[in-house]
Design a protein around this ligand. Structure first.
Ligand code: F0G
Length: 462
């Protein structure tokens, strides 16, 4: 196939555009200072290229907007729900499906009915809100990433996997009876957007069956994981991304999906279940806290966009061009002198800020310094994934135990930015990499107890 050699362009062209602002260096300095050096406090109209998140930030298609016009806003039994349910059932195969307004709502509803206080939830890596929702259910969130994940430069294909030996040891050991759930995050957002292999999922399913432990997928990026499986794992080359995703769902007892990613919509989520009794309990909770069974916090218009988005996202031409786009962006950044977690995943790149800024100790938050510099120099918004996010702090907000790595995530919204935007980001990074010693560290001025990174305020060190 000639397409193996010449990458095809994205299978869409741009129909509607939105202007982006360009602030002066002085305006950017004022903006980030007023934001307490926390990019979550910036206004979107102060940002030139926004790589904070790939969640809910994608572009809608003409077909999605046309479908939205047909949205049925009936309180119960809306046509739009059944279209959404059919698309979700075809993809996941689960008999019981509950819409929710976003992923974390699904986490709250499911964990309230599946986890008991004192239990343990095991994952390859919990996403931050997932971690928080496990704890809010009174349980412990325990990550067991595979060993290969610890080497940021290794080209191992499935660094998103769980450590199967550690999982088995935990289930067989003294904590085994307390494990209430095994939750596999595909792709592994907390660990470099690395994919999880089907072989790993099959092994997890077999272990969970042996210990009668519920096994769920946190499948926010189910299509991107399926694409990487198709590219990298033997035996999947002849299956479609949808078939691979469906096979992954088949292995589990249920799923949570934030549909703000691979649903290709601004809002939405899903709980998928096999167990009728658990469904009944979750449904009662959903009706009390999210909305009736046939809308779960979503408008008919959203359900229509989702029904269409779930079909568009598994298009091989779309997934191939998105994966290529990320791979090219990684090469531009690496050639500009900044290392990224290898190999490149699809929804985000993770910059190795610790290596770029060795003059800053973890307590001076090198990842955060790079986040601020990207904004100051280029109006680019990104997210720290280092000691500011994950480190253990003392009462004075000083780092006691640093994070294992000091990373910065550049998340890539779907169908939004062009090659020139990525070249611009790589050029800003290249200029930073030429003279990294000028970059100062930061200290925390104030921080909340839970989910620190969202509300923390900082100041530059003198
Ligand atoms: N699970 C994973 C793996 C996620 O990446 C996210 C969100 C959620 C659950 C929660 O879903 O936002 O719809 O409530 N991730 C976004 C991100 C916010 O930027 O990575 P939500």
């Amino acid at each position: 196939m000639s397409s193996n050699r010449i990458p095809l362009p994205p299978p869409y062209r741009i129909k509607v555009v939105e202007p982006i602002p360009f602030l002066s260096p002085q305006q950017r300095r004022e903006a980030i200072t007023a934001a307490g050096y926390n990019p979550f406090n910036l206004r979107a109209d102060q940002i030139t290229v926004d790589l904070l998140s790939d969640s809910g930030t994608g572009a809608s298609s003409a077909a999605q907007e046309a479908a939205a016009a047909l949205g049925d806003e009936s309180y119960a039994g809306a046509r739009s729900f059944f279209r959404f349910r059919d698309a979700a059932a075809e993809l996941t195969g689960y008999p019981y499906l509950l819409p929710v307004h976003q992923g974390r709502a699904g986490e709250r509803v499911l964990f309230a009915n599946l986890l008991r206080p004192g239990q343990i939830c095991i994952s390859n890596t919990h996403f931050d809100t997932t971690h928080a929702n496990v704890e809010m259910a009174g349980a412990e969130a325990r990550d067991l990433p595979c060993r290969e994940a610890a080497d940021l430069d290794s080209l191992e294909p499935f660094k998103g996997n769980i450590d199967l030996d550690a999982l088995e040891r935990t289930l067989a050991g003294p904590d085994g009876s307390r494990v209430g759930l095994v939750l596999m995050t595909i792709t592994n957002n907390g660990l470099g957007a690395q994919p999880v292999s089907m072989a790993n999922l099959e092994a997890v399913a077999a272990i969970c069956r042996r210990y009668s432990t519920p096994f769920f997928l946190d499948a926010a990026r189910f299509a991107e994981n399926a694409w990487l499986v198709r590219q990298k794992e033997d035996g999947y080359q002849d299956l479609t991304p949808q078939q691979i995703a469906t096979r992954a769902f088949e292995l589990a007892d249920g799923c949570l999906i934030s549909l703000k990613k691979d649903g290709l919509t601004a809002i939405g989520g899903l709980i998928g279940l096999r167990d009728e009794e658990l469904f009944g309990r979750c449904e009662a909770n959903l009706i009390a806290t999210e909305g009736f069974t046939t809308y779960g916090g979503l408008a008919g218009r959203d359900l229509e966009r989702l029904a269409q988005g779930l079909r568009e996202v598994v298009d091989p031409a779309y997934l191939s061009s998105r994966a290529e786009q990320t791979a090219r962006f990684a090469r531009m950044i690496n050639e500009a002198g900044v290392d990224t977690v290898q190999p490149a995943g699809i929804h985000a790149l993770y910059l190795n800020a610790g290596r770029l800024l060795p003059h800053l100790s973890p307590g001076e938050f090198p990842g955060h310094s790079l986040v601020c510099q990207l904004y100051l120099d280029g109006g680019i918004r990104s997210a720290e994934l280092g000691s500011l996010y994950l480190g253990a702090l003392d009462a004075d907000h000083r780092v006691v135990t640093p994070a294992p790595f000091e990373l910065v995530r550049l998340a890539i919204p779907r169908r939004v930015y062009t090659e020139e935007h990525f070249a611009y980001v790589a050029a800003v990074l290249g200029a930073i990499a030429k003279n990294p010693e000028r970059i100062r560290g930061y200290r925390i001025a104030s921080a909340p107890e839970r989910l620190r990174h969202f509300k923390v305020r900082l100041e530059p060190l003198p």
